[in-house]
Ligand binder design. Structure first.
Ligand code: KIV
Length: 264
């Protein structure tokens, strides 16, 4: 049985850190679930790390449903959270219709939306309809251009106060957790202290109640720039490239397949 969302909420009071990773397909979701990750996020980072877009903006509901279904089919224990893509929650009615699709057709347990005050009505509408909501404040990739690009948010006091206000609002509206992306450690600590619901940090320092990383980043699948907050736990990119080189050589030199690898 999947973990009840209440258990994730309660982990904060029990001082148990929450481990969150993204996944976009069946095999990886199964591996993460069996490893015991608490929450699997079908992030719209999908657009950049899987679909090859420059940002998360082009990701559609169709993309999210397709990948959420694949993940949901694999997951037995973790909570599955699906990101709502840009443009899918611009008004409360659309937000609810699309959130219900991700849950009923996609198999997600909850949805994640970016923003605070700007999406107050949408979050209220979803929570009222019984949809579990994960918030996301700080650096919000869907509106990164408005924030001046992919950069740390909340360095000045006005911006920091707004991020805190947004996080408090999301909690008041009923979000069961809030992602803090790319904010200074002391701000994340302050927000984490003030909220009863757990904070999930990414580039938000050591004090958040949980951490999330993009799977492809932590597995070392990406070859380009690596932000400071990404720890690579493996070098899948290098291993895959090496395997492909050896395979090509074996085929060219007729070393693959062998007689033992053939049917007789
Ligand atoms: O889309 C995503 O992967 C995310 C995480 C970075 C939190 O939103």
């Amino acid at each position: 049985m999947r973990t009840p969302i209440k258990k994730i909420y309660d982990m904060k009071a029990q001082k148990e850190k929450i481990a969150v990773l993204t996944a976009y397909d069946f095999p990886m979701a199964r591996i993460l679930d069996e490893a015991g990750v608490d929450v699997i996020l079908v992030g719209d980072s999908l657009g950049m790390v899987v679909l090859g877009y420059e940002s998360t903006v082009p990701v559609t509901m169709r993309d999210m449903l397709h990948h959420t279904r694949a993940v949901a089919r694999a997951v037995r224990k973790a909570v599955v959270v699906a990101d709502m893509p840009f443009g899918s929650y611009d008004i409360p009615e659309r937000a609810l219709r699309n959130a219900l699709r991700l849950i009923k057709e996609g198999g997600a347990d909850a949805v994640k939306l970016e923003g605070g005050q700007t999406i107050e009505k949408q979050v209220a509408h979803l929570v009222h309809a019984g949809v579990p909501v994960m918030g996301h404040v700080g650096m919000t990739p869907q509106t990164a251009t408005r924030l001046g690009g992919y950069r740390v948010q909340g360095r000045d006091s006005k911006q920091a106060a707004q991020i805190l206000k947004d996080a408090l609002l999301l909690e008041r509206l009923g979000a069961f957790s809030v992602v803090l992306e790319c904010v200074p450690g002391p701000l994340a600590q302050k927000i984490t202290r003030k909220l009863k619901c757990p904070t999930i940090g990414i580039g938000a320092g050591i004090h958040a109640d949980g951490q999330v990383l993009v799977l492809n980043d932590m597995l070392g699948l990406e070859s380009s720039v690596r932000p400071r907050f990404v720890r690579q736990y493996a070098q899948f990119g290098k291993a895959a490239r090496k395997a492909a080189l050896v395979y090509i050589r074996d085929v060219k030199e007729s070393k693959f397949p062998t007689v033992e690898e053939s049917f007789h």
